[in-house]
Design a binder for this molecule. Structure first.
Ligand code: 13P
Ligand code: SF4
Length: 307
C-alpha cells in the first residue's frame, strides 16, 4: 500500500518532470519506488542508448555517477542530474586515469578496454568501452595482440574464457557481487531443484561456474520473461528482484544472497528526485576535452553493438 506522503511526492515529481521536460531513467538496482516512477528502467547499455536517443531537455539519472557521466558524454546539450552526488560506484573508483596511464607506459601498444563502470577520465584513456551486455562481442571484435581490461577482474576473466582471448586484468571488483559465495548457489539449488541459476558476470568465477546463464541485468530480466522459466535463483544485486516480481507475477525469484546490496544505488530516493527537479542539481557534466576523448571509446562500443 502506498503511503499518502509517497503519493504526494510522486504527484509533485511527475508535475515538475513535465514542466522541466525531463525524463527519469533508472537502473535495475534502484529502490522499487524509484523504478516505479521511472520512464525507463534498464541496464547500463539500455540506459546509455535511451539517453542518447531522448529528446527531453533534462535527464534525471537514478543510478550511479558513471552512468550519469555516460549520459553527459552522449548528450552534452542536455542537463544531466544525479539526485545524490555521493552515489558513486566503488568499483569504478578502483581505477583512475593516472594509474591507468602508468600501466599503459609499462605495456606499450596495449589495447585498453574499459568497463562502462569507470570514470569519464578513464574512458578517455581507453580504446573502447563495454558493458556486461556486450563485453564478449566487443572483445571478439578486437584484433589486438595485448588487451588490458579495467577495472573488473571478474568480468574480465569471464569474457576472456568466453572469447578465448588472453587479457591483462586490473584487480577491481564489485563489493556487492563479491558477497555471493558458491556455497549459497549449491545450497539453494538443493532446496529448489527446478530453479534456473542466473548470475551477473561481476560474480566470482566459482559462482559463474555453477550458473545456467550469465547475463547483464537487462538480460536477466528478459530471461525471466521466458515462458519456460518458472523459478529462478538470481545472482546479482537484490534491487532487481522488484522488477522481476513485478513483471512476472506467479513466478518465483530467489536472491542468491540478501547481502548482495549496493548501498550507493540506494542513495537515490523519491525525496532526492523531487529536490533535484526543484533545484536542477546536482548536475553531472563532463569537461569538453575529456568528453570528446571518452566519447570515442563509448561510440566505438555502440557501433560494435549495431554491427
Ligand atoms: P548492468 O549493465 O548489467 O546493469 O550492470 C551494471 C552494474 O553496475 C552491475 O553491478
Ligand atoms: Fe558498482 Fe557493484 Fe554497485 Fe554495480 S553493484 S554500481 S558494480 S558497486
Amino acid at each position: 500500500m502506498m503511503e499518502n506522503s509517497d503519493a504526494k511526492l510522486i504527484e509533485d515529481i511527475l508535475r515538475l518532470k513535465r514542466q522541466r521536460k525531463a525524463i527519469i531513467l533508472a537502473h535495475n538496482y534502484q529502490l522499487g519506488e524509484v523504478q516505479d516512477i521511472a520512464d525507463f528502467v534498464g541496464d547500463s547499455l539500455g540506459l546509455s542508448q535511451k539517453a542518447a536517443k531522448t529528446d527531453a531537455d533534462v535527464i534525471i539519472f537514478c543510478g550511479v555517477h558513471f552512468m550519469a557521466e555516460t549520459a553527459s558524454i552522449l548528450c552534452p546539450d542536455k542537463t544531466v542530474l544525479l539526485p545524490d552526488i555521493n552515489a558513486g560506484c566503488p568499483m569504478a573508483d578502483m581505477v583512475n586515469a593516472e594509474r591507468l596511464r602508468d600501466r599503459k607506459r609499462e605495456l606499450p601498444g596495449v589495447t585498453v578496454v574499459c568497463y562502462i563502470n569507470s570514470s569519464a577520465e578513464v574512458k578517455a584513456e581507453s580504446d573502447v568501452c563495454c558493458t556486461s551486455a556486450n563485453a564478449v562481442k566487443v572483445i571478439e571484435s578486437l584484433d589486438a595482440k595485448e588487451i588490458l581490461f579495467v577495472p573488473d577482474q571478474y568480468l574480465g576473466h569471464y569474457i576472456s574464457t568466453k572469447s578465448g582471448k588472453k587479457m591483462i586484468l586490473w584487480p577491481g571488483f564489485c563489493s556487492a557481487h563479491i558477497r555471493i559465495q558458491p556455497q549459497y548457489i549449491t545450497n539453494l539449488r538443493q532446496e529448489h531443484p527446478q530453479a534456473k541459476v542466473v548470475v551477473h558476470p561481476e560474480c566470482r568465477p566459482e559462482v559463474i561456474a555453477l550458473a545456467d546463464e550469465v547475463l547483464s541485468t537487462g538480460g536477466i530480466c528478459r530471461y525471466a520473461n521466458r515462458s519456460e522459466v518458472k523459478e529462478m535463483i538470481v545472482g546479482t544485486e537484490i534491487g532487481i528482484i522488484h522488477r522481476l516480481r513485478k513483471e512476472n507475477p506467479g513466478k518465483k525469484f530467489i536472491p542468491a544472497s540478501e547481502q548482495a546490496i549496493c548501498p550507493r544505488m540506494k542513495l537515490i530516493t523519491l525525496e532526492r528526485i523531487l529536490w533535484s527537479l526543484e533545484e536542477m542539481a546536482p548536475e553531472v557534466r563532463v569537461p569538453e576535452e575529456i568528453r570528446l576523448k571518452a566519447k570515442v571509446a563509448v561510440d566505438k562500443m555502440l557501433e560494435i553493438g549495431r554491427g
